[in-house]
Design a protein around this ligand. Sequence first.
Ligand SMILES: NC(=O)c1ccc[n+]([C@@H]2O[C@H](COP(=O)([O-])OP(=O)(O)OC[C@H]3O[C@@H](n4cnc5c(N)ncnc54)[C@H](O)[C@@H]3O)[C@@H](O)[C@H]2O)c1
Ligand SMILES: N[C@H](CO)Cc1c[nH]c[nH+]1
Ligand SMILES: [Zn+2]
Length: 422
Amino acid sequence: MQWIENGDLSFLDNRGMNGFLEYEKAVREIIAKVRVNGDKALLSYTKQFDHVDLETLHADSEHIATAYRDLPGTFIEVIKEAAGNIRSFHEKQKPDSWDVTHADGSRLGQRVTPLDAVGVYVPGGTAAYPSSVLMGAIPALVAGVKRIVLVSPPQKNGEISDGVLAAANEIGIKEIYQVGGAQAIAALAYGTETIKPVDKIVGPGNIYVTAAKKEVFGTVAIDSLAGPSEIVILADDSANPDWLAADLLSQAEHDPLSMAILVTTSKSLGKAVESHIQKQVRSLPRAEIAKKSLDDFGKIILVEDYDDGIKTVNKLAPEHLEIVVTNPEQILPEVRHAGAIFIGAYSSEPVGDYFAGPNHIIPTNRTARYSSPLSVESFVKRSSIIQYSFEAMQNNGRKIAEFARYEGLEAHARAIEKRIQE
Ligand SMILES: NC(=O)c1ccc[n+]([C@@H]2O[C@H](COP(=O)([O-])OP(=O)(O)OC[C@H]3O[C@@H](n4cnc5c(N)ncnc54)[C@H](O)[C@@H]3O)[C@@H](O)[C@H]2O)c1
Ligand SMILES: N[C@H](CO)Cc1c[nH]c[nH+]1
Ligand SMILES: [Zn+2]
């Protein structure tokens, strides 16, 4: 991990969307081929990139039954409980339609309607993510989306992961295709013989998936350009270095491009966290990924005091922020930019990844400055309702016509004036 003791955060300039450029050409070609060759291109790319020769794009419905047989019953219970927590949290986010009738009889309002069809991308290249099935699809279910399509690449054994299928089945998602990468995004956006297009694509994925989402944006909506996972921990001497090391590793193990950062007022804590990381990383199955991520992007940033720490955190605008200081409640109101904020020693980041209820699809790459975690809002749209009465038109028509004429739009003015009584 690199130590930063002079407040220099210029490393942030090298993250962000710059990396997309080198993948854009490859991804454009994949999308173009899917548009022309449909299912045939999906099957051929799955063979090329996932090394699986599929007979069908549909997830095998018999496999759902065997997935249940092969998974431990305790894990199914955990999926059910996590799904319940995620559903309850998202139920609170439901936006309401409203309208107001004024004294002159005019009615103004806002009507909220769910999207018709959405695609949920569930990553599956280097690990399977049943948790992302729950996080991607439950807010869509709560919003009332009728058609939810799940895509995820087949695993090395040639099939979609048991856990992904079981999680989808638990929440009633039936339309599932075993295809991933940029080709899956192209299919969701433009449609193929088997996969009918959707209106919005959500969910995280690797650089190919994200570059493809950027490319199809406009034809469909997307949730965000979610980059590799990030964690920032703001800690003082009161924190347990062994636990902090474990939390930093939890995100470093996702991807060699993940970013794990400790911001601390205590040099001795930093040193202790560093040595715990070295001890812990060796025994991790994904040690190589975690090591690469920490070597390339891991940082220990030494700050003068809490104020300096908060300023640093706000500049980093991380996906996940843990606040592990003596009095975290004092810090919380000062945090302006962070996707999810975990408070105190027991709120370890994986609590949010799997179980607590808030969504784990969260803005990365400093986009927490202006965007929010995936939510029920992501799956609805609003229509404005405008109903003018005779009286409202007589009271306001002349003002509207004046505004229109100022803009040089005579037809607008006349449309209004036809309705005004002399
Ligand atoms: N933000 C979140 O909520 C969240 C959740 C889970 C995972 N993640 C992130 O999602 C990512 C998952 O990545 P992954 O790779 O494991 O799975 P993935 O499903 O995103 O990508 C796998 C696909 O990439 C395509 N691909 C691989 N090599 C290619 C190549 N050379 N050319 C073209 N296409 C290629 C293949 O089609 C393959 O199916 C990680 O970065 C992880 O951190 C984020
Ligand atoms: N931490 C990831 C988001 O950055 C989400 C996740 C899924 N499974 C485990 N973790
Ligand atoms: Zn995680």
